[in-house]
Design a protein around this ligand. Sequence first.
Ligand code: NDP
Ligand code: 2IT
Length: 447
Amino acid sequence: MPPAADLSSLEAEVVRRNPAETEFHQAVREVLESLAPVVHKHPEYADAKLIETICEPERQIIFRVPWVDDSGEVQVNRGFRVEFNSALGPYKGGIRFHPSVNLGIVKFLGFEQIFKNSLTGLPIGGGKGGADFDPKGRSNGEVMRFCQSFMTELYRHLGEYTDVPAGDVGVGSRELGFMFGQYKRITNRYESGVITGKGLVWGGAQVRTEATGYGTAYFVNEMLAATGTALEGLDVVVSGSGNVAIYAMEKIRQLGGNVVACSDSSGYVVDHKGIDVDLLKQIKEVERGRISDYLRERPEATFVSDGSVWDVPCEVALPCATQNELDESAAKKLVANGVKAVAEGANMPCTREAVRTFRENGVAFGPGKAANAGGVATSALEMQQNASRDSWTFEHTEERLRQIMRDIHETCHETAEEYGRPGDYVLGANIAGFTRVAEAMAAFGVV
Ligand code: NDP
Ligand code: 2IT
């Protein structure tokens, strides 16, 4: 099929034009590998150079973030916002604060976000932002001053119809509060719809905090059901212990699964009685502590500082920490231990080789752009409530989230079948996500 060859030269061109952005190359490769049959079916997409266009961000903003720490020393960080694609709606995507943040990471996340947001079926384009700021060990005042300086530049690029950030690694309601406060002060506008993930008393939506993790749990539940397996009674391992991980664990438990292990960057804990999620919330959300603190209240659990959480035997694995945290050797270990389903709560946590290992061994695999789309979908529901100055109940919002995750699962499943690759959720998600964006882009002409 000639388009496949065209796509690999297009991929080489993306690598050439964006040197050293390895995560971005990886994310583009994964999508392009799925698109040959679509281009074959729709040669008009190739004629209009839609794939070349989609790989080029509409706008990339890089800026200096100067601030003063508690000892009076000046610190200088680098901020980013990549406004990738606005075919379906305003740019939408989180902001990440982590020392590893660079342009390549923000671009990979922004690129994934285009297709993820498309899969939700809601009117949101794709974008992502962040800074190489490390909030760990910083006081509340330092985090506030950093967020204010970050927003003092970023505000000019935002707007409820333009670009709407939210949280990601290192950015939760505290940081979003500081950013929204600064936006409001600079613009003199109470523009609720300019940020999502807001606190409930200042325009936030029920379920947004829980949404990504809950959505991942719903998605893996649907994947298991499609193979005739029940989640009830299965052992589940979750990596990370941040926002996504905590609420994935909470919903897995409610659905009858048994979460036996979770982690942070210092190690992992194993608790065969089932991870105590309320204790984890106290340690991580209130005390901002480390995962080893878990043993304080649960001395029968074990803490392992050297090794991989993927060594812990389980039937369901949910990587919810960071990109490329689950490689081929971890995937082989999971397969040897009898894993049945893997769903990505994080963005691109599984390497390409790990994904291939799961596929070759018949493990159901849900890619992040489908499995973790519940967070951004609920952000879009928050925008909807802000636009109508309304607020919905927890139950109503959760039901909407559950239905959206069911629909995303069905779309990916059916698309994979339609293209002759039943059970290939990667192909299904990439094709279904791409097609909706491509239709809109084609309608706009060359813009
Ligand atoms: P948090 O900051 O709340 O938690 C991140 C967790 O992952 C922490 O346990 C952290 O450990 C661990 N972690 C982060 N980076 C690394 C690293 N480089 N190496 C090892 N461990 C790491 O972030 P979220 O839970 O919000 O995000 C987790 C993942 O989910 C990310 O990939 C994010 O992009 C994705 N995601 C988030 C959404 C959201 O709504 N928040 C929506 C969709 C996807 P430690 O504390 O030790 O650093
Ligand atoms: O990766 C993601 O989807 C997010 N961090 C959430 C984005 C959002 O706008 O809610």
